[in-house]
Design a protein around this ligand. Structure first.
Ligand SMILES: [Zn+2]
Length: 282
């Protein structure tokens, strides 16, 4: 257990229950992940947090039994910069709810899309998002919930979540760490699609957040289609020109460990493709 034998490197899994799962439950999904030879799964609460405590316990036990690592994705409708104070409050509540149930499941991270700019100045949006995340962290601390809170790099130019914004939040707020979605970042027309950019990005993360941040990463990858305003659609890797091979090489060369969640429509097929490619390169 742990110590020297602890698996190092990237663990691969799917965004939600694999398509080939025998049933629609999270624990059936975890069993399928194990069967496929993958190592992690993200619980998708994207349309609402509806899991009860009893189910969470079953998820926890199944994941423990099979040694499958878990993370969770918060609902999509979060906007910490909404014009409506009620929406901001319910956004904070959704993050807290996700953190509560995810930690009961034994997940180590939750991720979310923090906000839309709504035409506001970026610095102002940053402050609003930061202040609201601080309030979330205070609430979680009161409940003794210990789980990484990970705002995600967004794929749409209208959405808060550039690399710098996410790194800044992570540096500023204890308990906050990045969810780096490389496909989203590429879709924002950053041109980040080859080894030097991927490796440079990872070095920047290590420099800003310390070397340990590269040892517990949370990553999202998929094929992606994009236009002028950024991401339009997730694609399977083979239908996209996203350069996953060079990304994997950069992760290896920078000594990265953590979870990589595949968000391609074919889920486990691309997760397995990523895993196989990674092992071939290692
Ligand atoms: Zn996401």
């Amino acid at each position: 257990m742990g110590g020297r034998n602890q698996a190092k490197g990237i663990i691969f899994g799917t965004a939600g229950i694999p398509r080939s799962s025998t049933g629609p439950t999270s624990w059936a999904g975890i069993e399928k992940i194990k069967q496929l030879g993958l190592g992690c799964m993200e619980l998708e609460f994207v349309y609402g947090v509806r899991m009860n405590k009893q189910t969470a316990l079953m998820v926890y036990e199944t994941a423990q039994r099979h040694d499958i690592k878990l993370s969770a994705h918060c609902p999509y409708y979060i906007n910490l910069n909404s014009r409506n104070p009620g929406t901001i409050e319910s956004s904070r509540r959704q993050i807290i709810k996700t953190a509560q149930i995810a930690s009961q499941c034994g997940a180590t991270s939750i991720t979310f899309h923090a906000a839309f700019y709504m035409g506001d100045a970026r610095e102002k949006v940053y402050q609003v998002v930061r202040d609201n995340i601080i309030r979330v962290m205070e609430a979680l601390k009161e409940e003794d919930i210990n789980i990484w809170i990970r705002p995600e790099i967004s794929g749409k130019i209208s959405s808060f979540g550039t690399l710098d914004e996410i790194l800044e939040l992570s540096a500023e707020i204890p308990g906050v760490a990045p969810c780096i979605d490389f496909s989203h970042w590429y879709a924002r027309q950053t041109g980040f699609n080859s080894y030097p950019e991927f490796s440079g990005l990872l070095k920047k993360v290590g420099k800003k957040l310390g070397p340990s941040s590269l040892e517990s990463m949370h990553l999202h990858v998929s094929g992606i289609k994009y236009g002028k305003s950024g991401e339009t659609k997730h694609l399977n890797l083979m239908e996209s020109n996203f350069n996953y091979t060079e990304l994997l090489q950069a992760l290896i060369d920078n000594g990265c460990s953590g979870l990589l969640i595949c968000e391609s429509p074919n889920l486990e097929d691309d997760a397995l493709l990523l895993q196989e490619t990674y092992h071939k390169l290692s």
